[in-house]
Write a protein that binds this ligand. Structure first.
Ligand SMILES: Cc1ncc(COP(=O)(O)O)c(C=O)c1O
Length: 379
């Protein structure tokens, strides 16, 4: 059987948690597990409000709704990005504006954000690629100077830190993913984080189909009704039970991922020394959660050749985002094509290797990767 590219770290703890939750017969959302996980996360992350959601995509949609992003508004985000933040903006009738990245981390470049700020700009969505933080000091300063809101797409940033502060808790809103490709998972799930009481109060309503049902359930009002726009963003309590068991293992998960990330880096260092590839750097003030291990091939052609060679030897390796500004749907939304030099240059050189706690990263496997790089890149 060929090696998987991703694999969730699931054990008997998760199985037992799910069975117990099933037996409790509280299957709908906002049950005892949801409340407990939200509280645990608020304490762990030192943030006022955590609302579990059905996905990070939905947390991002809630964020755009709660910030009243609408037609005529612009929201700046990287083009080297997953589609969810762009969709969340487009669904409000607003326009995503695509900024460039810096090649050291593949994260959004604050200078490119600054270049793209206009009178229509309302928010910035930094994406913490692979669990390594964006330059949040520079981004928060830009936001303050131009009166903008910051929604961190920390889908990949759970248990990662910027200057000791958890990713997702630095901007006005943070969004997490618990999809099964992420470090901590409940299959499909997410979280909406904020320190702002007003944002949290509206988000609570929007998450519950635009009703004040949560207040009713707390006994604060006699009847609940439709008070806002909203949708159905509450995950089943079963998923919260699974998530609770996963969160209890977060240190173990990160430790195992770190060991493997460092083994890759050490094994590939000679290839980097010979100029055959470029290895990723984690800036000193960032604590990674080791979500992704990637390296950069010298050119797009080398990326293609390497991916083909890895495939032939059944080593699961993958490119990542196709830049959003070049996507067919972006052509319909954008008046002009932005010139994003780094995005164009680096996105088609990036190669990801499998990384998960249960990965059996043998010397033989690493030797094969090194050999393939040597045989394929002739410099
Ligand atoms: C940067 C980023 N944002 C958003 C998402 C969407 O997360 P979810 O699958 O929980 O909706 C992902 C998932 O891959 C992601 O990588």
């Amino acid at each position: 059987m060929s090696l998987p590219f991703n694999q969730p770290y699931i054990g008997t703890e998760e199985e037992e948690a799910l069975i117990k939750a099933l037996q409790s017969s509280h299957l709908r959302g906002d049950g005892p597990h949801t409340k407990r996980v939200q509280q645990q996360m608020e304490e762990w992350l030192n943030i006022h409000h955590v609302l579990l959601t059905t996905s990070c995509t939905h947390a991002l949609e809630m964020a755009m709704m709660v910030l009243d992003i609408g037609p005529g508004d612009e929201v700046i985000m990287p083009s080297f990005n997953f589609v969810s933040s762009a969709n969340a903006v487009a669904l409000r009738g607003a326009t995503p504006v695509f900024a460039d990245i810096t090649p050291d981390t593949m994260n959004i470049d604050p200078d490119s954000i600054a270049d793209n700020i206009s009178d229509a700009t309302k928010a910035i969505v930094p994406v913490h690629y692979g669990g390594v933080s964006c330059d949040m000091d520079a981004i928060m300063q830009l936001a303050e100077d131009h009166d903008l809101l910051v929604v961190e797409d920390a889908a990949q940033g759970v248990d990662a830190y910027y200057k000791n502060q958890p990713l997702g808790t630095i901007g006005h809103i943070g969004c997490y993913s618990f999809h099964d490709t992420k470090n901590i998972t409940c299959g499909e799930g997410g979280a909406f984080l904020t320190n702002d009481d007003e944002i949290a109060a509206r988000a609570e309503i929007m998450r519950e189909k635009g009703t004040n049902r949560a207040a009713f359930m707390r006994g604060e009002i006699d009847k609940y009704t439709w008070v806002e726009e909203g949708s159905s963003y509450i995950p089943s309590d079963l998923l919260a039970a699974l998530l609770e068991a996963q969160l209890a293992k977060k240190d173990e998960i990160k430790k195992k991922r770190k060991q493997k990330w460092e083994r890759y880096r050490k094994a590939l260092q000679p290839c980097a020394d010979q100029g055959k590839i470029v290895l990723p750097e984690i800036p000193a003030h960032c604590e990674s959660n080791y979500h992704i291990f990637y390296f950069l091939a010298p050119s797009a052609g080398d990326q293609e050749r390497l991916l083909r060679a890895f495939k032939e030897e059944e080593i699961p390796a993958a490119f990542h985002y196709v830049p959003l500004h070049s996507a067919p749907y972006a052509q319909k939304l954008l008046n002009e094509q932005p010139d994003l030099v780094n995005t164009a240059n680096y996105s088609n050189r990036l190669i990801r290797l499998p990384l998960y706690p249960g990965l059996n990263l043998t010397d033989e496997f690493l030797d094969r990767i090194v050999r393939i790089i040597h045989d394929t890149i002739s410099n």
